[in-house]
Design a protein around this ligand. Sequence first.
Ligand code: NAD
Ligand code: MG
Length: 285
Amino acid sequence: MTDYPKPPFPQQAQPVPGSQRKMEPYPDCGEQSYVGSGRLSGKIALITGADSGIGRAVAIAFAREGADVAVAYLNEHEDAQETARWVEQAGRQCLLLPGDIAEKAHCQALVDKTVERFGRIDVLVNNAAFQMTHENFEDIPDDEWVMTFDVNITAIFRLCQAAIKHMRPGSSIINTSSVNSDMPKPTLLAYATTKGAIANFTGGLAQMLGPKEIRVNSVAPGPIWTPLIVSTMPEEEVQNFGGNTPLGRPGQPVEVAPIYVLLASDQASYITGQRYGVTGGKPML
Ligand code: NAD
Ligand code: MG
């Protein structure tokens, strides 16, 4: 299928963190289309931000590939229950874990609860993030800058540190970076800075964990139609979202999920330390 929605999109501002249920058009997370083939059979995955958007698409794909999934999210309970419904419909187990990953203790609790339920972690997907638009540098609040780093990069450090104790050789960590990691959008200054940090952290950690045979990669999406966008971007940008890519449209979450499946799978056994773009044609060279 290639007839995914193109701009213009209707007006639809939402408060942070946004609700997928209220989006028009409804983001496609592969609910009706993703077909699995046992590529993650028996694996245990912890995915942050898996209530909606890219994280939900990854959760659905992982479940249909045979993985049980722990779904971490902030507070969007209805979106999270929808993800759980699809995971369970695939015949897999789903553990819902709400809470704020800016808190150190919560990062540890996410790993503890996942291990308590499933016994280990084979795949950690660090995908949750915060961003906010500011036209002027002077307008960025100090506490928002710090919070953006806490959620987007410090939580990844903490989750990786807690999780690797429960990971066997062959396990995989996948961090969601962004096209902003080397093409920073100035109005997303703090966010873009953390996305550069995530790509860099990924390269360094992959080298540290190589001897343990734990692989670490990042995915760098371009514009993807998710609640993050409608809850943090100016109306005009939302209406034209993705229109400036070579494909002339935003990606749908389902179009990003397959690279996560590959990176989580045993087929990717020699792939580590890399960043993979899914940008609709914006070059990342
Ligand atoms: P999304 O809003 O569906 O997912 C982000 C999730 O992060 C939210 O559902 C929320 O539950 C979670 N989250 C936010 N703050 C949190 C906190 N303090 N504690 C715990 N969880 C928290 O949006 P998405 O676009 O699917 O985002 C997923 C990832 O993709 C993010 O890392 C984002 O930066 C990245 N990304 C998105 C785009 C895009 O255009 N949508 C582009 C590049 C990168
Ligand atoms: Mg959400």
